[in-house]
Design a protein around this ligand. Structure first.
Ligand code: ZN
Length: 387
């Protein structure tokens, strides 16, 4: 396909563009890119009654399809990546969990290679620089205060693939680490934190730009102690991650965040672990054992929520059908915003000529009927395999 003078025209659908939704619009695919006009030789795919939206971008994801990004081989990582692609996620940043520093550096080297191959879009280090009292599913004896030298070690180990670090910025060394990350063009994300409102503001002033799964693993909003949630929601410099799986957040909390921050400052993420797109059972999240029951992942010891089993197609559908958010807002939060944050909006994150042909075809009920990545169907709208 690629390189030949042949275009594929996807026609008849409602196409969600950055400027709004076009009814009966068309998307022209030429090789691996979206084109402004079609060649003479074209194949037309009639998608009347469907939506075409940009491929989803997940900037916080630990695994899926029974495979983990935090352990195992490169092939295991690819298995997880492929599972999420079938659910519409055409770009994914692989997240680690707290581990021994040398072990994390080795993991970073493996994930860096997959980044260079274009299979993943970089690495998010979640831990070990987080607060023990908001540790969630991270192993306590491996947690450490943020140390710029150690942050630097992991950035170096990632060979240019480090995209984001989740830090408890109130800990000693936290603000210096945020400054170091900002200098290196790596996102400093505030999370697994026990910071006060004032401490959170200081971290934002130091250069933090993301709230790691807002509401989860941080103090709640209280009237005299508004804490990190108020500071993160009110500041235009911050994008807030939200996990819309029906378990991590009450619908009203999700709505509050969308309403207060605005759709341009929300990133829908999965925080998925191995069981996403796979099934219930016993798994591991880094060194810790996790039991997944009815799609909810919890640590065997202590019962903390341990990531999700969410895929972004489900997050999309929930956001539109249950939370009644406008499709355009959800597209912004699930594709454009994360693409901008990880520095890839020139290539992905919206349906515009010149960008990669990464897109998702949804039916009227917002179920996935097609997924195209780099101009090739991962899931063909003609014959969608049962998942
Ligand atoms: Zn996570």
């Amino acid at each position: 396909m690629s390189g030949s003078a042949h275009s594929t025209v996807l026609s008849g659908a409602r196409v969600v563009l950055p400027t709004g939704t076009v009814a009966g619009g068309r998307v022209i695919v030429d090789g691996d890119r979206i084109a402004g006009s079609a060649h003479d030789a074209t194949t037309t795919v009639d998608l009347t009654g469907h939506w075409i939206v940009p491929g989803f971008v997940d900037m916080h994801n630990h695994g899926g399809g029974g495979a983990s990004f935090t352990s195992g081989t490169a092939e295991d990582v690819l298995k997880g990546v492929r599972t999420h692609r079938e659910h519409g996620t055409t770009t994914l940043v692989a997240s680690t969990v707290t581990g021994d520093l040398d072990e994390l550096a080795r993991r970073a080297a493996l994930l860096a290679e997959l980044t260079q191959q274009g299979e993943i879009a970089g690495i998010h280090f979640e831990g070990p620089f987080i607060n023990p009292c908001r540790k969630g599913a991270h192993k306590e004896d491996l947690l450490r205060d943020p140390d710029p030298a150690e942050v630097r070690k992991l950035i170096d180990a990632a060979h240019g693939a480090a995209r984001m670090f989740t830090l408890a910025t109130e800990l000693p060394g936290g603000l210096d680490s945020v400054r170091l990350l900002a200098e290196h063009g790596v996102i400093a994300a505030i999370g697994h934190t026990d910071a006060t409102y004032e401490q959170t503001r200081a971290a934002i002033d130091a250069g933090a730009t993301v709230a790691t799964h807002l509401f989860n693993a941080m103090p709640p909003l209280a009237h005299r102690e508004p804490g990190p949630i108020a500071a993160l929601l009110e500041d235009e410099r911050i994008t807030v991650e939200l996990i819309n799986d029906g378990t991590h957040l009450h619908p009203a909390a999700l709505e509050l965040a969308f309403h207060h921050a605005g759709a341009h400052r929300v990133a829908l993420i999965t925080d998925a672990m191995d069981a996403a797109g796979f099934g219930d059972g016993t798994y591991h999240l880094g060194p810790l054992e996790v039991e997944v029951k009815h799609g909810v992942a919890r640590l065997v010891e202590g019962g903390s929520i341990a990531g999700s089993t969410l895929t972004l197609d489900t997050a999309f559908k929930r956001s539109v059908t249950l939370d009644k958010l406008p499709v355009e807002s959800v597209v912004q939060a699930i594709s454009a915003n994360p693409a901008k944050l990880i520095g890839l909006y020139d290539e992905i994150g919206s349906l515009e000529p010149g960008k990669y042909a990464d897109l998702v075809v949804l039916d009227a009920a917002f179920d996935v009927k097609g997924v195209m990545r780099r101009g090739e169907w991962i899931v063909s709208p003609a014959a969608r395999p049962a998942i």
